[in-house]
Write a protein that binds this ligand. Structure first.
Ligand code: ATP
Length: 345
């Protein structure tokens, strides 16, 4: 089951603290959306408003076109997967998964069949009789997911669901989560502060900062052409180069660049490390001295100091075939398409 979600001018205050600031957002039926942002930006508060755990001070929440702003969690077509799994230790996995169905008055045989179906979906068909303590962290998280999906919600809410897992397992579970979401077609809204996780999973990323939506869109668009300086900096590593508007172009420490400035005055030119090249780029950075370089398998991460701007250090991801030596001079360019320009400040 699946449904679209609408946040309509949602604001929330905790006492005098303004935690959500006029958020309007559409989430499509069957879409996998991540709410991404730094600690304290309001991700969990927005998810709690969707789940009915927080009644917003202002605005509306619609699920499947129905206004559910004042409807309690148990009466919403939503379920939540938390980071700490919250499984019942004394129950078998099957009983854990069937718990919500029991509460909903579903008969024993159907409960069992549906629980087994969900356990199969998350790859635990053979473990139905086990107890949670017999499982690894990743397996427990899969049971929590099966339990949340067993009641067939229209919208599944996931609050840092992979936060307790080590990095390797986390990456594997990201692939699984996306795969499961494709199979069930339920709308997934997933809170994370990990931009790689958001990019690995989401159809659409909503970047939040200080209670507001800074940017929203497909991961590649947000990465390549972020809407704001904050979104640019939060989605991966970014070089910030001071610049100024000059007529119809932008004046940089390396000379003029043919990009339309967003406004007059002090600007920041944002350049991704992988957009810095040895040659053949469209913007000349010129000779730059290598400060240090590290080999990362897929690329070399190199700090360089451009001779045209000795106060600036630029991070470049260069091909891994050769690790440049400290003190070496490289002739560098950049791809103009990979550059974004914002007002400074
Ligand atoms: P994190 O990733 O750390 O969980 P978050 O983006 O999910 O962060 P929220 O939990 O939504 O952030 O909190 C947003 C802000 O609201 C924070 O500054 C937090 O301290 C504040 N806040 C959250 N819950 C309450 C509450 N019950 N009372 C007062 N302030 C709160």
């Amino acid at each position: 089951m699946t449904a679209p979600v609408t946040f309509n001018g949602v604001s929330h205050w905790f006492g005098a603290f303004h935690a959500l600031k006029n958020i309007s957002l559409e989430i499509g039926e069957g879409e996998y959306v991540t709410l991404l942002g730094p600690s304290g930006c309001g991700k969990t508060t927005l998810l709690s408003v969707l789940g009915g755990f927080i009644e917003p001070t202002e605005g509306q929440v619609l699920i499947g076109g129905r206004d559910l702003t004042h409807v309690p969690p148990a009466k919403r077509p939503t379920t939540t997967v938390f980071q700490d799994y919250a499984l019942f230790p004394h129950m078998s996995l099957r009983d854990n998964v069937a718990f919500g169905l029991r509460m909903a008055g579903v008969g024993r045989q159907e409960r069992r069949a549906r629980a087994d179906e969900q356990l199969a979906l998350v790859g635990l068909a053979d473990a139905a009789g086990k107890r949670p303590h017999e499982l690894s962290g990743g397996q427990r998280q899969r049971v929590a997911l099966a339990r949340a999906l067993a009641v067939r919600p229209d919208v599944l809410l996931l609050d840092e669901p992979l936060g307790a897992l080590d990095l390797k397992l986390r990456r594997a579970m990201q692939d699984e989560l996306k795969d499961i979401q494709r199979k069930v077609g339920t709308t997934f809204v997933h809170v994370t502060h990990d931009q790689e996780e958001a990019m690995a999973i989401a159809d659409r990323i909503v970047v939040m900062n200080a209670g507001r939506v800074e940017d929203e869109g497909a991961p590649a668009r947000i990465y390549r052409k972020p809407a704001t300086l904050f979104a640019a900096g939060f989605m991966g590593e970014m070089n910030r180069i001071p610049a100024r508007a000059s007529g119809t172009g932008v004046e940089t420490p390396f000379g003029p660049v043919d990009i339309t400035p967003p406004a007059e005055g002090a600007l920041v030119l944002c350049l991704r490390p992988e957009a810095v090249k040895h040659a053949n780029g469209t913007v000349l950075i010129g000779p730059a001295t290598v400060r240090d370089a590290a080999f990362f398998g897929t690329h070399c991460r190199v700090h360089v100091v451009p001779q045209a701007a000795p106060d600036l250090t630029i991070v470049a991801h260069l091909p891994p075939d050769r690790v440049p030596a400290a003190g070496e001079t490289l002739a560098l360019t950049a791809e103009i398409d990979a550059i974004s320009v914002f007002l400074a400040g």
